[in-house]
Write a protein that binds this ligand. Structure first.
Ligand code: B12
Length: 638
């Protein structure tokens, strides 16, 4: 790398919203990489900063007028409860936030007495826990000793009440983990986003613009990167870019991230370039090096890598093919500059896997780039972040782990791979135990047979506390059609091995896959019931299958017995595509039953009953033997 011009600095920003318990890692990866190449790079998480502004004494006070105005139009229980107690909200909010940031632990006693934090409609859900008069409705969840958790749950309900007020009085699009998501998800036209951006700024917009200006003033960057991992961060990214452009029209701004890599591959909308100068695809390292050289006058525009630009009013894709930076050389992510002690540990849903997602300051690290399997027909296997599989040595990974622990002081890791490769995990576990590195980690895997009981034990010893994996539709016919490469019996054995090693197991479940019948669905639920009954899985979630344009189903629908609905001509986002499945199953009705059943199974309810009880429509008997999973497990034991 050539010496850098002095004062040349890259500022990476995370726009609202992603998550609040820990930073989304893209800016940490890019900042770490750029610094490893001698480039001055800094980062800020505007999602966290926005929430801390809105949920502060000043933020709550600023909410009173809009809440009064909204209440005069229509008085709802949420607005009524807030307006009656807004001074108490203002008096308690800073302390409640500090508590959720992990400081001031003794406040838990006062929160638990339920006389300190004002209570709005969200607290009504506690009544659903059916306590006897005078009993503690949360005793079942936290027992007598779960003082901190119980208080965090109550403080989270309090925050949810305030978020409801914000939605009703200021902006219905606000949520803690996504913001105005609908404006971007598979949006064929840019019009809704353009209209929203042209609308008079509301309280949230103004706050966000103020934070964006402050970030640029503070760091005086030469280049700004906005990272949008999900559709729920897109609107705010445009809002931030627009603010920066209004004040610093010559400061180049780039857009990139998971959303762009997935949905904007055929971008042809020139209006995007009113706010951004460049949009890049896929792993950011190589395109950024090229772009920085270009901006520093060392590389012509036609030699950019995977970068959209606007020329003469039209969008042009420039891609001078250059090899990506190998995964072994991308450097170690750095969290430097992110206020780690200010993230919030919310305790919302009392589900153990959800808790890992929303609670705790996890460091994030990728074990390998891409997916080693890359065959599942529902997955975006044609995209670089799945298809380009590259591993790094266990030595490199543990070096990265140790550097991160040293920097952050935190030993918890979330491995963010689509499916962490078992061989790499094994080597990692060996290296961790050789060096005596003490960490806790969790991540997503495929439940494949390489995960033997012995390997699961070793992974547990290396610090594995939880594993998630796709069982998708528990049906051997459909698993084969999906090219998942696992069978139901095998998933039972593997999940049992993880569970026996003391690891929490979460299953991603799916319904609505092409050709899935009512009988398939009933049978799949019967399998899931048995997996709970036999202690193989502790948690699960049913997602409705969505066909995307980059998945094998979307690319070759005829192989899956479906026909695609025509996609509108789209200059902007492209992802989900509708399809017709001649099987004609009513998946909405199925979904209601599956979600009810899994919720109850996780609480140990109905695990030994007939699965037909969960359906509100008539369904056939399961064709699966009631002891099928127990037998599959007994076969391994023999
Ligand atoms: C782990 C993961 C999760 C985890 C953790 C999420 C989290 N908040 O940390 C869980 C399971 C909770 C999750 C949830 C969701 N996820 Co997710 N997730 C992933 C996964 C597998 C890895 C993400 C990651 O950390 N990667 C590591 C980072 C460093 O990579 P990166 O962000 O892509 O950054 C690189 C490049 O994109 C680029 N880059 C990034 N930003 C920028 C900016 C600029 C300017 C430039 C130049 C480059 C650049 O450079 C980086 C380094 O190479 C990705 C798929 C994938 N393999 O990337 C999906 C993915 C990001 N998730 C996706 C989705 C849709 C979701 C959900 C919305 C699903 C849902 N409906 O609930 C939720 C949203 C949750 C939330 N609000 O936080 C989609 C987004 C696609 C889209 N349509 O926009 C992806 C791409 C997967 C997919 N195809 O479905 N997810």
């Amino acid at each position: 790398m050539l010496p850098q011009p002095s004062g040349w600095r890259v500022l990476s920003l995370i726009p609202p919203m992603t998550q609040l318990n820990t930073p989304y890692p893209s800016t940490a990866y890019l900042t770490g990489f750029l610094r490893s190449r001698g480039i001055d790079a800094v980062q800020q998480d505007l999602a966290l900063e926005l929430v801390l502004e809105l949920f502060s004494r000043r933020g709550v006070q600023a909410l009173v007028e809009p809440a009064r105005a909204a209440a005069s139009r229509s008085l709802t229980p949420t607005l009524d409860a807030f307006l009656a107690q807004h001074e108490r909200y203002a008096d308690t909010i800073d302390a409640a936030i500090r508590f959720l940031q992990g400081a001031d632990a003794t406040l838990a006693h006062r929160i638990n007495a339920r006389r300190y934090l004002p209570e709005g409609p969200r607290f009504a859900q506690l009544d659903a826990y059916l306590a006897e008069e005078g009993e503690d409705p949360l005793a079942w969840a936290f027992g007598a000793l779960g003082l901190q958790d119980r208080a965090r749950h109550l403080a989270t309900l309090y925050l949810n009440d305030l978020a409801d007020v914000l939605r009703e009085a200021v902006d219905p699009r606000f949520e803690f983990v996504r913001y105005a998501e609908k404006l971007a998800t598979a949006q064929p036209t840019f019009d809704p986003l353009a209209e929203a951006l042209a609308a008079p700024p509301n309280l949230i917009d103004r706050e966000l613009s103020r934070l964006a200006e402050a970030a640029v003033e503070r760091h005086q960057p030469s280049l700004v990167l906005l990272s949008v991992p999900f559709p729920g961060a897109v609107y705010a990214a445009f809002r931030i870019a627009r603010t920066i452009k209004a004040h610093w029209p010559d400061l180049p701004i780039v857009l990139g991230g998971g959303f762009v890599n997935t949905e904007l591959r055929e971008l042809a909308e020139p209006r995007v370039f009113d706010d951004f100068d460049f949009v890049t695809l896929d792993a950011g390292e190589r395109p950024l090096l090229a772009l920085i050289e270009h901006l520093q006058g060392r590389r012509g525009r036609s030699r950019l890598v995977r970068t959209f630009v606007r020329e003469d009013g039209a969008v042009r894709y420039v891609n001078m093919a250059e090899p990506d930076v190998p995964f072994e050389d991308v450097g170690t992510p750095t969290w430097d500059g992110l206020p780690l002690e200010r993230y919030l540990s919310l305790l919302d849903m009392l589900n153990p896997m959800n808790r890992l997602w929303s609670d705790g300051r996890w460091n994030k690290l990728t074990v390998a780039h891409g997916c080693y399997w890359k065959k599942c027909s529902f997955c975006d296997v044609s995209l670089d972040y799945i298809s380009r599989y590259e591993a790094a040595s266990a030595t490199t990974l543990v070096d990265r782990i140790e550097a991160i622990v040293h920097e952050t002081g935190e030993t918890g890791f979330h491995f963010v791979d689509e499916a962490a490769p078992p061989k790499a995990l094994k080597a990692l576990a060996e290296e961790i135990s050789r060096r005596g590195t003490a960490i806790s980690w969790w991540g997503n895997v495929r439940f494949e047979k390489t995960f033997t009981p012995d390997l699961c034990e070793r992974l547990a010893e290396s610090g594995c506390v939880a594993i998630s994996g796709g069982l998708e539709v528990a049906s051997d016919r459909l698993l084969a059609l999906m090219k998942k490469g696992v069978s139901v019996d095998q998933v039972a054995r593997v999940t049992k091995a993880f569970a026996d090693a003391g690891i929490l197991v979460h299953a991603y479940l799916m319904y609505g896959f092409p050709t899935q019948t009512v009988q398939d669905t009933v049978d799949a639920l019967e399998y899931v019931r048995q997996l709970f009954e036999n202690g193989c899985i502790h948690s699960g979630f049913f997602h409705r299958f969505a066909c995307t344009v980059h998945s094998p189903v979307g690319l070759n629908p005829q192989d899956y017995g479906v026909t695609l609905l025509p996609l509108p001509d789209s200059p902007f986002a492209k992802n989900d595509v509708g399809f017709v499945d001649p099987t004609g199953t009513d998946h909405d009705a199925m979904g209601r039953a599956l979600k009810k059943a899994i919720y109850n199974f996780m609480h140990g309810i109905g695990v030994d009953s007939d699965v037909r009880q969960w359906f509100d429509v008539r369904v056939p008997k399961p064709t699966v033997n009631r002891h099928r999973i127990a037998r599959a497990l007994a076969e391994t034991a023999r």
